[in-house]
Write a protein that binds this ligand. Sequence first.
Ligand SMILES: Nc1ncnc2c1ncn2[C@@H]1O[C@H](COP(=O)(O)OP(=O)(O)OP(=O)(O)O)[C@@H](O)[C@H]1O
Ligand SMILES: [Mg+2]
Length: 327
Amino acid sequence: MVIPGATPRQDPLAPRALLARTLIILSLLVLAGLVATYFLVFRYSVAAGLYWPFDWLSWGLDDARVFKDGFAVWSSSSVLMIGLYALLSMQKRSNAIAALHGSAHWATPAEVRASGLLPGKSKPAAGVYVGGWREKRRQPVRYLRHDGPEHVLAFAPTRSGKGVGLVLPTLLSWRGSALVYDIKGENWALTAGWRQSKANNRVMKFDPTSEDGVAFNPLAEIRVGMPQEVSDTQNVATMLVDPDGKGLDDHWSKTSYALLTGAILHALYAIRATESRTATLADVGALLSDPERTLQDTLEAMLDFPHRDGEPAPLGGAGSPLPAEQR
Ligand SMILES: Nc1ncnc2c1ncn2[C@@H]1O[C@H](COP(=O)(O)OP(=O)(O)OP(=O)(O)O)[C@@H](O)[C@H]1O
Ligand SMILES: [Mg+2]
C-alpha cells in the first residue's frame, strides 16, 4: 500500500551498515587475539618481538595449558571489547532519536542570543514583543522582540498574561497600521488613545452591534444605475442569505434570495429619490416589516414606484407577488 506523503522507513540494518558492523567485530576479535598473544609472551617470558594476533592459537595447539590461558584472555577480551562497542553504538542510536518526543526546552543564553530577538548595535528595539529575559537573577529584564516578515504565534493558557505581556506592549509601541481582532474590547480600551494621540494613527472601532464605533454600509458598494447594479445586489444578497456559500437548495431560500435582491434595489432607488441618501440594510428591513402596511401593499408599492425615468423598473421580477399556489 502506498501512503501519500509517507517516507519509507530506514532499515536499521541496511547492507552497508551490516558490513561495517561485521568488519568492526572481526577487527575486535583480531585485536583480542593480539592481547592474548602478548599476554602469553609476558606470562611465559617469550623473547620480545613482533607476533601475529593468532600466534597464541598456534602455540596453544602444542600445549594445552598455554591454550587454556590464551583462550581465557582472548575470549574475555573479545567479550569486553564487543560489549563496549555494542554499548557505544546503542548510546549513539538513542542520541539520534532523542528528539523523537519533541526537543522543546528552555533556551540557553547562547540560544537566546542566536535567536536575533535581542536588540543590538545594528538592530534597534522594534517589532512584536515575544518575551522578556533576565540572564542573571539581579539583571534587568531585556525584552525579546521580533521584527521580521515571519508570522508570530503566542500559545499559552487563559489568564497567563498573553495580553498584558505581549499584545498590549506591542500595540503601545508599534507605530504602523494595525488590524486588531479584539472580541473583548480590552485592546481598544487600553491602546486606542495612545495610538491616536502619540502614534498618529487613525483609530476605528468596528463593532456592528454597539452604538458607538464606525459603520460599514455594504449597499454603498452597489453600482446603482450601472449595468452591474443587479449582479452587485445579487452578490450582497448572496452574502446575506448564504454566508457559508453552500448554495440555495430549496424553494424558500431561492425565492427569499430573489425577494431580497428586489427589495435592496428598490430601497436604493426609493431612498435616493425621497431622502437623497444611500439606503442601508436597516432601510431594507424597515421596508419589509413596515407595520403601517401589509406585505401585499409593500410589494405593490415596489412594483409601482417610478424607479427610472418616471417608470417602474422590472427589478428582475424579484419583487413580484408569488403565484397563488406558491403563497
Ligand atoms: N501588572 C499586573 N499585576 C498583577 N496582575 C496583573 C498585571 N497585569 C495583568 N494582571 C493579571 O494577569 C491576568 C492575565 O492577564 P492577561 O489578560 O494578559 O492574560 P491572557 O493570557 O491574555 O488571558 P486570556 O487568554 O483570557 O486573554 C489577568 O487576570 C490580569 O488581571
Ligand atoms: Mg488576552
